[in-house]
Design a binder for this molecule. Structure first.
Ligand SMILES: *[C@@H]1O[C@H](CO)[C@@H](O)[C@H](O)[C@H]1NC(C)=O
Length: 440
């Protein structure tokens, strides 16, 4: 009580020393407030800058893919491949997906807008596939594309309906584009004898071959083999990810597979490999051998022939990458080697007289005319199409990628898969527990 009283007294008295102390204190407090204000202003400006910048570049990248979005910048390479490696070094070529883990990438995204690759997702389908392709799109957006906003090109041999466009546009986080396939890419070429083609379909139907009687299926396989990458909507891109109706993606794709291909100098990526029905491609290998004999210069010195053939190329073992899933470089399909290869095969009419699938055509082309190290097995992208699935059986991968599939459904080491053969010829190490999920 007493001291308080004295204090009051002092204030009331206002002696010179008290005034000095008070004024100094007030000045001090005032300047602190000023500094604090200034600091918050600066940081809010910075934050605003970032937000505005980010939004602008996103919009720009989505609606108007300008060159800068595709520029290769060494910073992003570092982010992907680890600060030590560079895209041309041997170690980066032989490295695996592990170094592409997403956390670094996503952290960096908040600091600067992500520079997308020159790539698009693509789908060939029809209006009647709408509900099934919607499932695929939603699943891939949730597992991957909502973070990256790649464009999505939808192609059809006729115009998509307005409803199709409206619904799919709302689901795709990049720009959705809808294209019609030019007639010359979806019709009989002059050199094909349509009567002979009809006989071929009837013969194959009697043999009980799936899709034997379908003409449209043959146009589709031919289009996927030799034309999709020439479509005006596809021409502006280098990489594509092919997605079909009602496929499933079981795991988080927490890195950019397009960037993985580019940084590691890969041309083609797959998840499932499988044996082809021999009756659909009876004459194919003979034509392939003829082509190689006439054009030996196209064979890559380091090719992957041993994936295709168990006898040095004499016969085809029917192994191929299941092409309903592909992440690949279209400039390979556009190359002289593959273009001549496709034209040669096409000129035999085999797409129509038999029922050649685009999967063996792509697989043979990439395995012969590219280096074996340029083909990548995406063993961490859990995937399902129809009755076959790829599900990571390595528990750590399953946990890290938050997969939702049953490891027991994994097809890789089952009887009808070429997985065991793939591991044998590449010398890759199988997961330790592979025998638990294998047909031996
Ligand atoms: C994307 O790739 C295609 C095919 O290689 C090329 O024609 C196009 O110029 C590339 N776009 C950019 C922006 O680099």
């Amino acid at each position: 009580m007493f001291s308080l009283h004295r204090y009051r007294q002092k204030l009331v008295l206002l002696d010179p020393s008290t005034i000095l102390v008070t004024v100094t204190t007030l000045l001090f407090l005032f300047s602190i407030i000023k500094i604090f204000n200034a600091t918050t202003q600066v940081s809010s400006i910075r934050l605003g800058d970032l937000v505005v910048h980010d939004t602008a570049s996103n919009i720009d990248a989505t609606t108007n893919p300008s060159k800068s979005n595709f520029d290769l910048d060494s910073n992003s390479d570092d982010i992907i491949s680890g600060s030590k490696s560079n895209s041309k070094s041997k170690s980066s070529l032989s490295s695996d997906t592990k170094k592409l883990t997403g956390s670094k990438l996503l952290n960096s995204q908040s600091e600067a807008p992500y520079q997308r690759e020159n790539a698009t997702i693509m789908t060939l389908c029809r209006d009647e596939d709408m509900w099934d392709i919607i499932k695929s799109v939603r699943r891939l957006e949730d597992r991957f594309n909502h973070k990256y906003h790649y464009d999505w090109v939808f192609l059809n041999n006729e115009e998509f309906s307005d409803e199709f466009k409206k619904r799919l546009t709302s689901l795709v986080s990049g720009e959705a584009k809808f294209g019609v396939i030019p007639r010359e890419h979806w019709s009989y070429p002059d050199f094909v004898d349509q009567e002979k083609a009809k006989e071929g379909r009837e013969r194959m139907a009697q043999q009980g071959i799936i899709y034997a009687e379908m003409e449209s299926y043959r146009h589709m396989c031919r289009f996927n083999s030799g034309f999709f990458y020439e479509h005006p909507l596809m021409k502006q891109y280098k990489y594509y990810w092919r997605v079909e109706p009602d496929v499933n993606f079981f795991c988080d794709v927490d890195y950019d597979p397009f960037r993985y291909l580019r940084v590691n100098n890969k041309l083609y990526g797959f998840t499932i490999s499988i044996y082809e029905f021999e009756l659909t491609i009876e004459s194919l290998w003979g034509h392939v051998k003829d082509f190689i004999k006439k054009n030996p210069q196209y064979l890559d010195k380091n090719n992957f022939m041993d994936f295709l053939s168990n006898d040095g190329g004499d016969s085809y073992n029917l192994c191929h990458f299941w092409s309903n899933f592909e992440i690949a470089d279209m400039d390979f399909w556009r190359s002289e080697a593959y273009t001549k290869f496709f034209n040669y095969l096409d000129s035999t009419g085999g797409f129509f007289y038999e029922r050649w699938g685009d999967a063996p055509i792509h697989s043979i082309g990439i395995s012969l005319f590219a280096g074996r190290d340029q083909i990548h097995y995406f063993d961490d992208i859990g995937y399902n199409h129809g009755v076959y699935s790829m599900c990571p059986i390595d528990e750590q991968v399953w946990l890290d990628k938050k997969c939702s599939c049953e490891p027991n459904s994994d097809f890789t080491f089952r009887g009808y898969s070429c997985g065991q053969h793939y591991f044998k010829v590449t010398g890759k190490k199988k997961p330790d527990n592979w025998k638990d999920y294998a047909d031996l």
